[in-house]
Design a protein around this ligand. Structure first.
Ligand SMILES: [Zn+2]
Length: 306
């Protein structure tokens, strides 16, 4: 069991890198999911990518990565918290799906495929809303789409190598560090960057999936002077709770929830991320709306709290 994310820096070269390898966390995350292999592959690559990006930014909140469109895969969501707690879910529209389908074909029937990253602050300041960047789905793989996104939205030159199978999800990220001046990037910097990309391109999916990050970093960059930071521990953890389910039911409205109670005797909600089941009986629901409407009315004028 590894479940490790390693950040590293190249001495004298304005490039940073990260390697992530998830096995137990990946298996725990997917234990409740049964998706076609092509969807699982994309999910694993996005989980690895979300961990790499979340570890790469200074932001106190959730990083949510989504792909959605009008192809056989309707939606895939990966969420990563600042402490690298990860969860993922997907909605498949039609089956069967060919094992070797590209990301583009998985999501794009008529060019509507989109890739989005949302940064949702944990303790938002008054008026602060989540930041969202959305781009058209350009590229046949998660790595290609993300590279385009990083270039367009963040103006950061980033390269990614991602891999996943049933037992593991893993990835390597290289990023050129932003610089202050307009033109202080030397030809030596450019050569060094290209050399590091060339070395990274030799990595095979099996190596990413089976080697611990520190071993792989030595293997790939043994000729470079590399500083390793203390490894981080990504893990699977769902943030669902009875309270959140309550909020979701409040937003549905009492009429809708009462009609479910009349029909079924109780309200059952299954978390799409972890499969945990929540059940509320008529007394729970009556309490929820009595309590919820009070607090909601007191806090917001329109009576709806997300
Ligand atoms: Zn959950």
């Amino acid at each position: 069991m590894t479940d490790q994310l390693l950040k590293f820096a190249f001495n004298g070269v304005p490039v940073r890198g990260e390697l992530v390898q998830l096995d137990a966390a990946w298996r725990a995350m997917t234990a409740h999911h049964r998706y076609p292999p092509a969807v699982m592959r994309v999910m694993g690559e996005m989980v690895a990518a979300a961990a790499l990006l979340a570890a790469n930014i200074k932001f106190n909140g959730a990083l949510v990565m989504q792909v959605y469109g009008d192809g056989p895969l309707q939606l895939l969501v990966v969420e990563c918290q600042p402490d690298l707690a990860l969860r993922a879910t997907a909605k498949v529209r039609t089956e069967p799906i060919a094992d070797d389908i590209t990301l583009r074909d998985l999501l794009n029937r008529t060019g509507r495929g989109r890739f989005a990253i949302t940064l949702d602050p944990k303790n938002p300041l008054p008026g602060q809303r989540p930041y969202q960047g959305v781009v058209a789905l350009e590229g046949d793989s998660v790595a290609e789409v993300l590279q385009t996104y990083m270039r367009q939205s963040e103006q950061l030159e980033t390269r990614l190598w991602l891999a996943s199978n049933e037992g593991a999800a893993a990835g390597l990220l290289l990023q050129r560090l932003p610089h202050d001046g307009d033109d202080d990037r030397t030809p030596e910097d450019q050569d060094a960057w290209e050399h590091l990309v060339t070395l990274s391109q030799t990595v095979r999916s099996e190596e990413l999936l089976s080697h611990a990050p520190a071993d792989l970093s030595h293997r790939l960059f043994w000729q470079q002077s590399v500083d390793h930071f203390a490894p981080l521990m990504p893990r699977f953890q769902c943030t669902c709770s009875r309270e959140r389910i309550g909020k979701m039911l409040l937003s549905l409205g009492q009429e809708e929830v009462d009609s479910i109670i009349t029909e079924q005797g109780s309200v059952g909600v299954t978390c799409e991320f972890c499969g945990r089941q929540y059940s509320l009986d008529p007394v729970d629901v009556a309490h929820l709306f009595a309590r919820g409407v009070e607090t909601v009315d007191a806090s917001t004028p329109d009576g709806v709290r997300q």
